[in-house]
Design a protein around this ligand. Structure first.
Ligand code: NAD
Length: 323
């Protein structure tokens, strides 16, 4: 009977799927991230045919080799796969899969939760009320800004970015511009989005900039001090992709010095650490990497990760093979 190791508790839906396929499932017994040593300890006998890993597991050459020759696949329970050494996996011949598509609506919703919250000063207003500072309605109290009619700039128009663009256009009547290394003419026609030739063009023209590119060498610090200075002074930056895409210290400087009006981010450069300078500021919202954290999305991710494992162990091409 094929054996699967799951590096941390995930929704039952995925585990049931693996059981239904006739697999034996063993799980990290403690609900915490395994250190590299702990992960290697579990894998060391090379008894697993597949590993279901999380974005918090660093799947480097040692771990891939440590899984042994029997192991055919690491199914990452995440859309991103920047935690995996893809080159080494290819060399060894271990398949890597991810869980794209099924969380796009959820992450796009969270992106709008952040965008609305920062523009309408929701978190700030909540802190204000709880601090006992609300003494009656005032015409000039906590003024924010509307989304409707504003320009939304999407950087990275993939599964999630295109949903964000769609919600922006259809839900909030925003003008949508975007930059992506691949132009999408069909989507442009469908919702009337306008392609920008450079990320700089998006930064200069947008009232709200939302980042949806994967983390790669080419996207690390895509948003740095120079690029923040290109944004409008009353613009907002939202990031639900990966933390290192933004230079967090530069962002804190830009927010403190009112180079931009506000930011709302779900991911951090050195997760789980958060730049202390950001914590001091009122004009930023910080959520703890929860953009895909709904029951529906997490169930779908668990099922998809299981489906990738089942396909690989049945000798088929997994639906979400990362190449
Ligand atoms: P996707 O692969 O469908 O889309 C990524 C898009 O970025 C593609 O259209 C690609 O062409 C474009 N791109 C790549 N490099 C680029 C560059 N240098 N400049 C401009 N565009 C570039 O991925 P997705 O499903 O939309 O997810 C995007 C990212 O969101 C993931 O890589 C993941 O890291 C992140 N994510 C975060 C959460 C969360 O919980 N916060 C949840 C899911 C996904």
């Amino acid at each position: 009977m094929p054996k699967i190791f799951v590096t941390r508790k995930i929704p039952e839906a995925g585990i049931n799927k693996l059981h239904d396929a006739g697999f034996e499932v063993e799980m990290n017994p403690v609900d915490k991230v395994l250190s590299k040593e702990e992960l290697l300890h579990y894998l060391k006998d090379g008894e697993y045919d597949a590993v279901l890993s999380l974005l918090t597991d660093k799947i480097d050459a040692d771990v891939l080799k440590g899984a042994g020759q029997k192991c055919k696949i690491f199914a990452n329970y995440a859309v991103g796969f920047d935690n995996v050494d893809l080159i080494e996996a290819k060399k060894i011949g271990i398949m890597i899969t991810n869980t794209p598509g099924v969380v796009s609506n959820t992450v796009a919703e969270h992106t709008f939760a952040l965008m609305l919250a920062i523009a309408h000063r929701v978190s700030e207003g909540d802190r204000f009320s709880r601090a006992g500072k609300y003494h009656g309605w005032e015409p000039m109290m906590l003024l924010g800004t509307d989304l409707s009619g504003k320009t939304l700039g999407v950087i990275g128009l993939g599964h999630i970015g295109s949903r964000v663009a769609y919600y922006g256009k259809k839900g909030f009547d925003m003008n949508v511009i975007y930059y992506d290394i691949k132009r999408n003419n069909e989507f442009e026609k469908e919702i009337g989005a306008i392609f920008s030739e450079t990320p700089e063009d998006v930064l200069k023209k947008s009232d709200f900039v939302s980042i949806h590119v994967p983390l790669m060498d080419s996207t690390k610090h895509l948003i740095n001090a120079d690029r923040l200075k290109m944004m409008k002074r009353d613009a907002y930056l939202v990031n639900t992709s990966r933390g290192p895409i933004i230079d967090e210290k530069a962002l804190a400087d830009a927010l403190r010095n009112k180079i931009i009006r506000g930011a709302a981010i779900d991911v951090f450069e050195h997760e789980p650490a958060i730049e202390p300078e950001l914590m001091k500021l009122e004009n930023v919202i910080l959520t703890p990497h929860i953009a895909s954290a709904t029951e529906e999305a997490r169930d779908k991710m668990a099922v998809l990760a299981a489906e990738n494992i089942i396909a690989a162990l049945e000798g088929k091409r997994p639906p979400n093979l990362v190449e």
